[in-house]
Design a protein around this ligand. Structure first.
Ligand code: URA
Length: 209
């Protein structure tokens, strides 16, 4: 079974509080999501392997460390996942970015893939699937299915806020995928919103309604 990491860093928790606040406007919401995404990337990359290198300082040679050539890939689920990409790229500018677009079929209520574009060497990359809200888990499971179908072997899932229902669905469908959250909330309401959540992440990020 995969591990669920709730990232309890005080800065992450503080900023998520303002992200939740209904009075936070689009500009500030977007900036806060960007900042939290960067802080979450900091936590999620804690275990990246290092290699020893030598660097010449103005004073002498120093033994130092760089990240040991791990190839990372970010895969936002369209559209709300886009709001977290730039924040992560600030810390990991060399990461490649793929995209997965899904919509919910109004009759079957199942996610349907309408767009997938991934780095060509997807099987060699450590991929981070990004979606601010893990609600039913349907989109995350479908996006991860889609990556695995194309050869991906090493996948993590990163979300701002999750409902227990979504966490359970991802863990059952993809027990190899560790989940990184800013917060785990109480439940999904009858309209599919996470409670207390933050409302519709895509609408709040892009100023739509
Ligand atoms: N998607 C959102 O944007 N918000 C929710 O609460 C659930 C799904």
């Amino acid at each position: 079974m995969s591990t669920v990491h709730v990232l309890e860093h005080p800065l992450i928790q503080h900023k998520i509080t303002y992200i939740r606040d209904v009075t936070t406007g689009t500009k500030e919401f977007r900036e806060l999501v960007d900042e939290v995404a960067a802080l979450m990337a900091f936590e999620i990359t804690r275990e990246l392997p290092l290699q020893e290198v030598t660097v010449k300082t103005p004073v002498s040679e120093a033994k130092a460390y760089t990240i040991a050539g791990k190839k990372l890939g970010l895969v936002p689920i369209l559209r709300a996942g886009l709001g977290m990409v730039d924040g992560i790229l600030k810390l990991i500018p060399a990461a490649k970015v793929g995209h997965v677009g899904l919509y919910r079929d109004p009759e079957t209520l199942q996610p349907v893939e309408y767009y997938v574009k991934l780095p060509s060497d997807v099987e060699e990359r450590e991929l981070i699937v990004i979606d601010p809200m893990l609600a039913t888990g349907g989109s995350a499971v479908a996006a991860i299915d889609s990556l695995k179908k194309r050869g991906a072997q090493n996948i993590k899932l990163m979300c701002l806020i999750a409902a227990p229902e979504g966490v359970q669905m991802v863990q059952e469908a993809h027990p190899d995928v560790d989940i990184y959250l800013g917060a785990q909330d109480e439940y999904l309401n009858e309209k599919g919103y996470i409670v207390p959540g933050l409302g519709d992440a895509g609408d709040r990020l892009f100023g739509t309604k």
